[in-house]
Ligand binder design. Structure first.
Ligand code: P6P
Length: 334
């Protein structure tokens, strides 16, 4: 099979959009550049002592940034100078950015991202990820971006994706025409098509949840987890519990092997921990495009009305039959 790079694939698929001007293609290319920059840094994370950790200076006397701040800056710079977005919202910044540059004010899109999700796993060398969501602006072209550009439902997304920095680095994205995965080939510095047309397997039997929260989450969730501990009637063997503590890594494994990831509301945090606009919505877009499902236990994630940039929501995402089984238990106990 001949190697197809991400840029070649994006250009080929641009034909899916009869009125495409190439702006979205260029934006996706800008994101992939940031992903390569972040990957280069993340891969050396273990050498922070030598290179200097956050707030310290390295052997060259350079001030070292925390990796999530570094990743945030890499993405902001790539999309700001790439000129395809009029603004950006990020987990690392309380307020959104409206880029007051002429080429940005004319741009059609805004981007939301979690630059480095699971960054607490860096010091233990566990996979981490970048998650991004692209929306068409609602403000007038030529104006500055405003908050309403960022507070659109997930169903309005034009593209979404994630990068997983693991044993290999992969970029997985959708523009609403299926899900495709690209693996970074370090020797040429290109993302190459490695997982075409990704789909959840018909049947999954992996459940990913922090069982340490069982005593503080609702009974429906506890009942679902107990159900997972019974023998799976379909395969006649028990489910497998897998919880990496890194959303992108857990989601990616479940997308390939089949399974469900749950971060429920708890007595401590009734809205759960994950953010709607730049974690749940982009992964929900991918999940649905790959034949899966994403809800808050009751409602479709991509229909939840965002009220503020960093809004949280419970998240049930993955193989459709497992999300629906969890919803059934919640319904029974509500
Ligand atoms: P807990 C990482 O901080 C994160 O946002 C997700 O990537 C991960 O799935 C979850 O939180 C882990 O949270 O409370 O189980 O440690």
């Amino acid at each position: 099979m001949s190697m197809v790079t991400l840029n070649e694939f994006i250009m080929e698929r641009q034909a899916d959009f009869p009125f495409a001007s190439g702006d979205l293609s260029r934006l996706l290319a800008d994101i992939s550049i940031a992903a390569k920059i972040i990957n280069h840094k993340v891969n050396k994370a273990g050498l922070q002592d030598i290179l200097g950790a956050e707030g310290t200076t390295n052997v060259q006397g350079e001030t070292q940034m925390k990796l999530d701040v570094f990743s945030d800056q890499a993405l902001l710079n790539a999309v700001k100078w790439g000129g395809q977005v009029c603004g950006a919202g990020s987990e690392e910044n309380e307020k959104y950015f409206a880029f007051d540059l002429e080429h940005c004010r004319k741009a059609k899109y805004v981007i939301l991202f979690d630059p480095l999700d699971g960054s607490s796993n860096i010091d233990v060398n566990v996979s981490i990820g970048t998650i991004f969501s692209i929306l068409r602006r609602t403000s007038a072209v030529g104006d500055l971006a405003n908050i309403n550009d960022f507070l659109q439902k997930g169903s309005e997304q034009v593209a979404a994706g994630y990068v997983i920095y693991g044993s290999s680095t992969m970029l997985v994205y959708t523009t609403g025409h299926g899900v495709n995965g690209f693996t970074l080939e370090p020797s040429i510095g290109e993302f190459c098509l490695s997982h075409a047309n990704m789909h959840f397997p018909e049947h999954g039997n992996i459940y990913s949840i922090n069982e340490g929260n069982m005593s503080i989450c609702e009974k429906g969730v506890r009942d679902f987890v107990e159900w997972c501990k019974d023998i799976d009637k379909k395969t006649n063997r028990p489910f497998t519990a897998r919880y990496i503590g890194s959303l992108v890594a857990d989601f990616h494994r479940n997308l390939i092997k089949g399974g469900v990831y749950i971060y429920p509301g708890t007595k401590k945090n009734p809205e759960g921990k994950l953010r709607l606009q730049y974690e749940c919505n982009p992964l929900a877009f991918i999940a649905e495009q790959a034949g899966g499902k994403a809800s808050d236990g009751k409602n479709r994630i991509m229909e939840l009305p965002p009220k503020e940039l960093h809004q949280r929501t419970p998240l049930f995402i993955g193989s459709k039959h497992l999300v629906e089984k969890a919803e059934e238990f919640i319904q029974k106990n509500s």
